[in-house]
Design a protein around this ligand. Structure first.
Ligand code: DER
Length: 222
């Protein structure tokens, strides 16, 4: 059974006609977008969407989902996105797909954030997944040193040997902190460092997590 598909498709049930929604990035929300595209094609629902990445923009366009920008809507009814880790407080680590900056901006502009994930993303304590941090390329080495000083091991994300470049033209450092005792405080501390754009810590942002498990669906809500 495809647990990501199970979770991703369930999230479509939370979308209502006339909504403006945020579309996340990654292989779980992929199933949400595909199912939504079917409903739009069958004219069973009318929505508008703001994508969190070029990748999602392309997929949604291919499926005929009408896209808009923040020039048209500065408040979204709902955003559906994936995550790399979530705990019982619904705190998240995101950014494995490289879209954390736009994902956090879209989530912050939404009245509700629903996360879709398979059971492998559930953790007791946040921090097992290396924390993605988006940084400005200029002086990234200095920024990495400052982040290292917060007691982690930062690694520049590379693709085929070259630095990964986000949709915003920035680099990503994957930082192994291990267990993060106070994620909200760490998020604030990191964002004060010169050169940091944002972190993959999404604290107190998610309202619901839909989990695909080998025993079926599980829904956690605040
Ligand atoms: O970058 C992100 O936060 C994405 O949502 C992504 O990492 C989610 O993971 P998935 O591809 O396993 O859904």
């Amino acid at each position: 059974m495809n647990l990501k598909k199970l979770a991703g498709e369930k999230a479509v049930e939370y979308i209502r006609d006339g909504m403006t929604i945020g579309l996340g990035t990654g292989s779980t929300v992929y199933w949400t977008i595909r199912k939504l595209g079917e409903l739009v094609k069958q004219r069973e629902i009318q929505i508008r969407a703001i994508p969190t990445s070029q990748q999602t923009s392309y997929l949604a366009s291919e499926l005929g989902i009408p896209l808009e920008t923040f020039a048209q809507s500065t408040e979204l009814d709902l955003t559906i996105d994936g995550a790399d880790e979530f705990n019982s407080s619904l705190d998240l680590i995101k950014g494995g797909g490289g879209a954390l900056v736009r994902e956090k901006l879209v989530a912050a502009a939404s009245n509700r954030l629903i996360i879709v994930a398979d059971e492998s993303k559930a953790v007791e304590e946040i921090g097992k997944f290396p924390l993605p941090i988006e940084v400005v390329p200029f002086a990234w080495e200095v920024t990495a040193k400052r982040i290292e000083g917060l007691n982690c091991v930062p690694t520049l994300r590379r693709v085929n040997g070259c630095p990964y470049v986000s949709d915003n033209g920035n680099y990503i450092l994957d930082c192994s902190f291990g267990y993060i005792e106070n994620p909200a405080k760490l998020d604030r501390t990191i964002k004060l460092l010169p050169g940091v754009v944002d972190t993959g810590l999404f604290i107190s942002m998610a309202d619901t997590v839909i989990i695909g498990t080998s025993n079926g669906l599980k829904v956690l809500s605040k």
